[in-house]
Ligand binder design. Sequence first.
Ligand code: ADQ
Length: 515
Amino acid sequence: CRASEGKPMKQRLLVVANRLPVSAVRRGEDSWSLDISAGGLVSALLGVRDVDAKWIGWAGVNVPDEVGQRALTKALAEKRCIPVFLDEEIVHQYYNGYCNNILWPLFHYLGLPQEDRLATTRSFQSQFDAYKRANQMFADVVNQHYEEGDVVWCHDYHLMFLPKCLKDFNSRMKVGWFLHTPFPSSEIHRTLPSRSELLKSVLAADLVGERLLPLWETDLSIELQPSCSLMVIHSFHTYDYARHFVSACTRILGLEGTPEGVEDQGKLTRVAAFPIGIDSDRFKRALELPAVKVHINELTQRFAGRKVMLGVDRLDMIKGIPQKILAFEKFLEENSEWRDKVVLLQIAVPTRTDVPEYQKLTSQVHEIVGRINGRFGTLTAVPIHHLDRSLDFHALCALYAVTDVALVTSLRDGMNLVSYEFVACQGAKKGVLILSEFAGAAQSLGAGALLVNPWNVTEVANSIAYALEMPADEREKRHRHNYAHVTTHTAQDWAETFVSELNDTVVEAQLRTRQ
Ligand code: ADQ
């Protein structure tokens, strides 16, 4: 941190993500209203001390005219946000196309698009070109706002080309990249037509620079060139994802994998696992609010005499919602004594609603829910309440608090914060978490949760039965484990560790260059 009048200045941080954490609505030619959406990343950064963070990203709206762009830029500046303006065509090709149609399913083991291979192949290159162009547009905005000493933290699969663009502009920039999704096995990544170019750009492999020493290598006698190269840390939720990334680089690019990362002709890119967390205090505080307490009481009365099971997901194929509901059906089939004593509340926020595959998923889920409710419902009660909508934060906290069993059946999930949020709200109830072994959270909450393979409907159904009848002392023990993890490995902790690791890496390298 730079000093000013004896006081250390806060570390400046530029957070670059595809979307800004705001919803922008145009009210007039030069007026906008903005709503800050408090997602995981926002609350993570709000809690980080000694950091002066600004966001750079797309505001999610097309603003073709200069008057509108100027007004939006001004309004966003008050929220410490800086917009990247993307036109409709680039959003179509880069965001809907390459990011959501290609990288998202591939990174979640759903493969490349199936519908028309030839058409996909023909459009693939133009989508990849748009992806690179869009990443360069993000880089241009970062470069306009970058000051010496800033840390630049790039987020997610939308911006894998960004480290290279930034490095091309300024090789001394401190750059970190974090992937929120899984990084798949190298055998999956191999199927991507742009597999090598994408990996190389993440590694910034054509960098002219020298080896960056890992922190734990303490031999200060090793010599480095006096100039300090671009620092890139690539980080993932779990060691498995980090390992997959390294093995993709070794198998596809033929580079050397080391315990610290990937080495290319003496240059090392650090690869590490920094698992995300939540702001658990925010949930604890919410549960103390009178309005939330009233809501908890209402829900408790509403479902009196029945155990409450809960699913909260974006309506996405990776979340395994049909698999979850089918497992619940099997449970009801095989445990008739539970039929009027349990209810499953499935809250699913619609997402990417203009994409046919997502529309198909919605209809499929509705059809299964309708069938099960027809089969096991009575005149006064149905076994599944399915809502296609988002809940506000306080309603969500109340729901988590009254839940006996939470069901997370993701087919693949980078981490899954819903499982953390449920645990944070279970101080009183000590409910059971049934968690997919394919969610990153299985690696942190595995000892407290009941881990399941979501594809194995029988196993999930048996776990539901076990969870509902689990003895109180076992519930308490499992909950204690998970609660300790969720309240100590917080979002703030995650962001602070990342920023300080990146800084320490740079300081360490600079110290060594002075030896
Ligand atoms: P997501 O796929 O969005 O995130 P998740 O981690 O579960 O998945 O986070 C979802 C967030 O949205 C949670 O904070 C949850 O409360 C909220 N949410 C979901 N459904 C909701 C509903 N119906 N109403 C209100 N809120 C709802 C991506 C990756 C994850 C990774 C995160 C963070 O796919 O694997 O954990 O980023 O890195």
